[in-house]
Design a protein around this ligand. Structure first.
Ligand code: CTP
Length: 366
């Protein structure tokens, strides 16, 4: 990674900090190291340029094709995607000069993000705030990701359902929704149009993804069925309750002196089974299997049984248990086909797993 600050930016963060963080020498001017002809070598080497923050002045200089420092000179030599992340006061962002500069840059294929709306450097607030780092990273990754899911419609269920016992209590599970969120981020990055059917997930919506919030397995089943009608791929990453209380109480169940109520449970509908049965030609259905393994069979053997039983095109098997599988932790998954044969394995973050799942889905798309 190379850092190319403008002279003005060094008023905020100094050269020594950039050199320490990037482990590279940092220069601002074309004349700092003339023999290296840095503006040309940077242009040849760069796979992605992120200008953050892109001030009104930087946008103006880039739009005019000026090259009065190393950054703007390099912007004239690069052939890779360029992401500009504007940050300025609202009046400057809305000024016709800035509007025209942004329009010019976008016409030339430069990706200019919309600034966030919120508190600015003074007491003012409005559009012009630097977008959050996660949103900048998501936009940047989209520019370098393969667009192999472009034009595909993808539905992903995520999170864990809650089945009411009474108005204040429910039967739930430990799913956080993070794997479903990672799948949505990866699909959006690779060009898909993504809808998340989210059961009780306390995470902000990923950039560019539509989120349909549900609570119970019945609500999730209805939402997934509806969204699936136009989908090329449906991924059931949600932990859906297999059982629910037969007749939830309309009022809070009170504690009595001795004993406890008995809950009668009934099975919920199997959403994945319904999707597999109603699958359109060419539609790819993916299930997840969170397994613990037991004395009789290990995680993968249980997964292979489930793959054959469920009949989904792909089944992503992941081990779960104490400290494994739930939340923001690395995970190891095996992707099986409908016969229980291993198609892929992935180890690492939920984002890495998500990309491995889409890599396995992609060849199955018509
Ligand atoms: N699933 C579903 N509807 C349910 C339960 C599960 O669609 N009512 C989906 C999950 O989203 C997941 C897959 O089915 O994609 C497997 O879930 P899992 O609970 O592991 O499967 P079960 O058939 O319930 O098997 P087990 O006996 O291991 O609980």
């Amino acid at each position: 990674m190379r850092v190319v600050p403008t002279r003005a930016s060094l008023e905020f963060v100094g050269r020594a900090t950039w050199e320490a963080l990037s482990g590279e020498q940092v220069t601002t001017d074309v004349f700092d190291d003339v023999p290296a002809v840095e503006h040309v070598s940077l242009g040849r080497e760069a796979e992605l340029v992120i200008v953050a923050p892109a001030t009104a002045d930087l946008l103006a200089r880039a739009a005019a094709g000026r090259c009065d420092d190393l950054l703007t000179a390099a912007l004239l030599t690069v052939r890779c995607p360029v992401l500009m992340v504007p940050a300025m006061h609202t009046e400057m962002w809305l000024h016709p000069a800035t509007r025209a500069n942004v329009a010019t840059l976008r016409e030339r294929g430069v990706h200019v993000m919309e600034p966030a709306v919120g508190r600015l450097t003074g007491t003012d607030s409005g559009p012009g705030r630097l977008p959050e780092p996660d949103d900048i990273a998501a936009a940047a990754l989209t520019l370098v990701a393969p667009q192999d899911l472009a034009g595909r419609r993808v539905v992903i269920s995520a999170g864990g359902t809650r089945e009411p016992i009474d108005p204040v209590r429910f039967l739930g599970n430990r799913s956080t929704g993070r794997q479903g969120w990672a799948l949505a981020r990866a699909a959006a990055r690779r060009g898909a149009q993504v809808t998340l059917v989210a059961a009780n997930v306390a995470l902000p919506a990923p950039a560019g993804v539509r989120v349909v919030a549900v609570e119970t397995s019945a609500e999730l089943a209805a939402a997934v069925r509806e969204e699936a009608t136009a989908a090329d791929v449906v991924v059931m990453a949600a932990a859906v309750a297999d059982f629910r209380p037969e007749s939830p109480s309309a009022t809070k169940i009170k504690k009595v002196d001795d004993g406890a109520p008995t809950l009668r449970l009934v099975q919920t509908q199997d959403v994945l089974a319904g999707l597999v049965a109603g699958r359109r030609p060419g539609q790819v259905v993916v299930g997840f299997a969170a397994e613990t393994g037991d004395g009789a069979k290990d995680v993968l053997a249980h997964g292979a049984d489930k793959a054959r039983r469920k009949g989904a095109d792909l089944l992503v098997v992941n081990p779960v248990g104490e400290g494994v599988g739930f939340g923001d932790v690395p995970t190891t998954v095996t992707v099986l086909d409908a016969e229980g044969q291993v198609v892929a394995r992935s180890e690492g973050s939920k984002d890495a797993v998500a990309d491995a799942v889409w890599d396995a889905v992609h060849p199955r798309l018509r």
